[in-house]
Design a protein around this ligand. Structure first.
Ligand SMILES: *Cc1c(COP(=O)(O)O)cnc(C)c1O
Length: 409
């Protein structure tokens, strides 16, 4: 197995110095003795040793090499290396899902008696993890308005170990100032962890703004085609190896070699997909903004977005998620109009997933945020007339035509 990819010989540069499109297709490649051009998929649960002595050395950690696929697997390592290059971090650990990444990172970095601060606008399962599960192990969470940096500062306690943030947020696309938050964290010896699922490294590299750890649901844009589950934690090598790897190896939320290979190949088109989907999303957002039936559009790429300038500093473009509200005189009328619009689509998929090549449409108030109390939903800004789109790769005229049929004043 050669760890010397096409990498160093390709254009005489280090992967870190390549443009993102080159990194996407050339980094992380490990070639076996068979000389395959496309990366191999290593479907094996264990690895053989040349001798008992070598087995002992591998187990003792005095010799590098594969032992058992819960610890390492070449297909998984290729994915980890490629994502680390794309995120501009030293190291990456792959996990079986995005939630496994968050759980593993939290278990590695915190103990009973520790405190974490998170922005209010988070993926629903992340909130459940913090509120219902980590709390049982003595880890307390405070939720703050993520946009308000002074609220984070006010929530800091002597035992605060971690900040946890998503930007842009789901589904209202609030933008949080990663630089300001990282500076605050570091002043107090706290780690800043950013879920970069919505932008992916193609549009935003949180470490460039001081973030310490990056979380990914690889299920979304990294695979990009709605095929497999996966996750990852990117960050400094020592921190990941010393604190998080022991949990991953022992607790076992390991990414399968098959899924790793699928996502690794998905990464090859990440940058061009994100650029294309983002450009289409901007067109859809502009069309919605000019539609008289729409009262509000949430899209960071529009100058009307309250944090448009910050978004354009942190992100290459607005991303592929567009949310909007329909005009109505009551909550019930708003819900009826939103459902009508969703039900009139013939091409767009009615599904809560995002990050696919196919456009998806969701009514957050009755699906992803349906289990919240009406008060909590109100506080999160999820109105009955709100619709969320995750724009795919279809012809943008077809997307707009499909959305037009069920929309009326
Ligand atoms: C989907 C998602 C997750 C969880 O990822 P899974 O792969 O479904 O476990 C975490 N964060 C965000 C922002 C997501 O969209």
């Amino acid at each position: 197995m050669s760890n010397k990819p096409d990498n160093n010989k390709a254009i005489g540069l280090k992967p870190e110095d390549w443009g993102i499109e080159t990194q996407s297709v050339r980094s992380g490649n490990m070639r076996s003795e068979f000389g395959e051009h496309s990366e191999a998929m290593f479907l094996t649960s264990s690895f053989v040793f040349e001798s008992a002595e070598q087995a002992a050395a591998r187990f003792a950690g005095t010799e590098e090499g594969n032992v058992y696929a819960r610890f390492t697997n070449p297909s998984v390592q290729m994915f980890e290396q490629r994502l680390a290059v794309l995120e501009n971090t030293e190291y990456c650990l792959a996990t079986s899902s995005g939630m496994a990444a968050i759980t593993t990172a939290c278990m590695g970095l915190m103990s009973a008696g520790d405190h974490l601060i998170a922005s209010k606008s988070l993926f629903g399962a992340t909130v459940q993890l913090f509120v219902n599960i980590l709390s049982r192990f003595g880890i307390e969470t405070t939720f703050v308005d993520g946009v308000d940096i002074s609220a984070w500062e006010a929530a800091i306690k002597p035992n605060t170990k971690l900040f946890y943030v998503e930007t842009p947020s789901n589904p209202l696309t609030e933008i949080i100032d990663i630089r300001a938050l990282s500076d605050l964290a570091h002043k107090h010896g706290i780690l800043n962890m950013v879920d970069n699922c919505f932008c992916s490294p193609a549009l935003q590299k949180p470490v460039d703004f001081g973030a310490d750890l990056i979380i990914h649901s690889a299920t979304k844009y990294l695979d990009g085609q709605g095929r497999v589950l996966g996750g990852a934690i990117c960050g400094p090598k020592a921190l990941l190896k010393d604190k998080i790897l022991p949990v991953l190896r022992t607790a076992g939320p390991t990414l399968s070699a098959f899924n790793a290979w699928v996502i690794y190949k998905g990464l090859e088109t990440l940058s061009i997909r994100m650029d294309a989907q983002s450009a289409k999303a901007l067109e859809v957002a502009r069309w919605l903004e000019s539609n008289p039936a729409v009262s509000k559009v949430y899209y960071p790429g529009l100058p009307s977005h309250p944090q448009h300038e910050l978004a354009m500093r942190q992100q290459k473009s607005g991303g592929a998620i567009v949310s909007f509200e329909l005009k109505a005189n009551s909550d019930e009328e708003a819900r009826v109009k939103a459902w009508k619009m969703i039900d009139h689509t013939r091409m767009i998929s009615i599904t809560a997933n995002l990050g696919d090549t196919r456009t998806t449409i969701t009514h957050p108030a009755t699906t992803t945020h349906g289990r919240l109390t009406p008060e909590a939903r109100e506080a999160a800004g999820i109105k009955q007339g709100l619709v969320r789109l995750a724009i795919g790769l279809e012809d943008v005229n077809d997307i707009i035509k499909d959305l037009s049929t069920g929309i009326s004043e």
